[in-house]
Write a protein that binds this ligand. Sequence first.
Ligand code: SF4
Length: 351
Amino acid sequence: MPPETEIVRAPECPKSMEFGPCGGVEGDGRCEVAEHACVFLDVDTVRWSRERSALGPPARDTSPTPHTPADRMRALLGSGRVVVGDFPARALDADSIRECADILAGSTDAVLAGDSARSRVQFSPTYRAQLIRAAGLEVWTGLNCRDRNRVALEGELAGLAHVGVSGVHCVTGDHTATGSRPDARPVFDLDSTRLAAVARAAGHLVSVGESPATPPMDRRAERLREKERAGAEVCFVNHAGGVEPVRAFIAEARALGSGLRFIACVPIVVDVESAALLASFPSLVLPPGYLDGIFAADSPTAAGISAAIELSRRLLDVDGVAGVNLSGGGGAGGELRFADALAEVGSALRS
Ligand code: SF4
């Protein structure tokens, strides 16, 4: 009998990413979900090409239809003062969507409707966008690759074009193992870069996220350029620790030739619940002392609103920043309180 030999296989990306790394790489380089280093840390940035993406030809003509919400958003982005707010409504609750929309009316240019690690089960993106638009708000829909294969994503993109959304935020998504439904089988048929290409081909204004403070930090801007080559027009800069990291990241992207519009994420913390929800975001880095200042105040709610307004104004002054994303959530039962805070911050920025 031959001696037993152990077969050592190279680790694989648990999200089957072609254009990695994702934004969930741990600070020490470990994978978001597996007990090994992220497999993209030691390889060159993967260059975008349609052939490599394993996508078929674009499903639709890419010529934009005039006068859509996406065109209005493109024009607004040119003003450099766009305010997007994370939509705080309870999952699977049409009444909560209407109540939050009533509060937020007039205070933001669009609401970002994605999911969170605590609320993975949501109305389908298209139905949710329809409800939010019917309640009077413009929608920027977050679409992830975790829960749907490319056929289902293409169907949602067609539905979102029909409803009329301002933008589609294309993310790979956190692994199912890290959120509220670890029993679900992860899909990851596409990744954020490939989804950006499919969404652009479907005629959408496409945004992607990038995390300047997540390893490999020296190649995050390079990776973003590949998403741009795939079809992204806007980058949401994830919480990177304040104004200077955002300024440096945009400058690095511009030096690489990027023409993207940048929307900087602003942490909204008004109580313990909203701080806890924000802490569940992968690769979160807050400005130094941000939470201490809020929770040392007599009224954390008022202090959190003031801190968000001040940080937003400073970010909006950064060259290349086209807008801010008021980011976070209120936690279970705190949706309306959080919507009130968002409305106050958004109104102050738009006044
Ligand atoms: S950190 Fe993300 S990109 Fe890297 S191996 Fe893990 S899942 Fe894949």
